[in-house]
Design a protein around this ligand. Sequence first.
Ligand code: ADP
Ligand code: MG
Length: 187
Amino acid sequence: MNCVNLVITGNPGVGKHTIADLFIKQDSSYQIFDINKFAIEKEFGEQGNDGIEIDTVKLKDEIQKLNLDKSLIVGHLAPYVLEKSNIDFAIILRKNPYDLIEIYKKRKYQESKIKENAGSEILGIIANDSIASFGKEKSFEIDATNKTPEMILEKIYNIIDNQKDADIVDWLRLVEEKNEISKFFDY
Ligand code: ADP
Ligand code: MG
């Protein structure tokens, strides 16, 4: 595998850290750069009603000063704090919103935070914002639902090597079919 800067992004709970840890286990020449951890270390986070709120403008400035060569950059804020030129591939992990809700409940997220994050997954906001920041040619979605971490990693290798094996994900249809749009959105 060539030397690439790889981003793993996606909503909380999609499996970013699980996959990143497995990736590093297979290739220890990579370093994980954890965006949230860095933000907290640099004290760019502020306690909000729904957990930590991060000043992404300051964070982006600080990240741009770093040398991120051969990094595996992990975090849901990736599209807002990285430039297209910083990275080679952005992997956006997606997960069925109904599965995500179960993960959020286990994490004891507040109801409003569950709704916000599941809603973001349904609308594909991070995928959309990745494409806006990094371009279509560098953004690849993987549906992580019902896949083992090993299967997901295999898809990431395929994407890096062949720019193939990405998924097309549309949860909106699924939620619409269940007639549950109003469960997630207050309008
Ligand atoms: P993130 O870093 O995106 O918030 P995590 O890696 O913490 O996500 O994973 C969220 C939860 O889902 C964890 O409990 C983790 O063990 C589980 N998990 C992650 N990936 C998978 C997978 N491919 N299959 C089943 N469970 C997974
Ligand atoms: Mg995580």
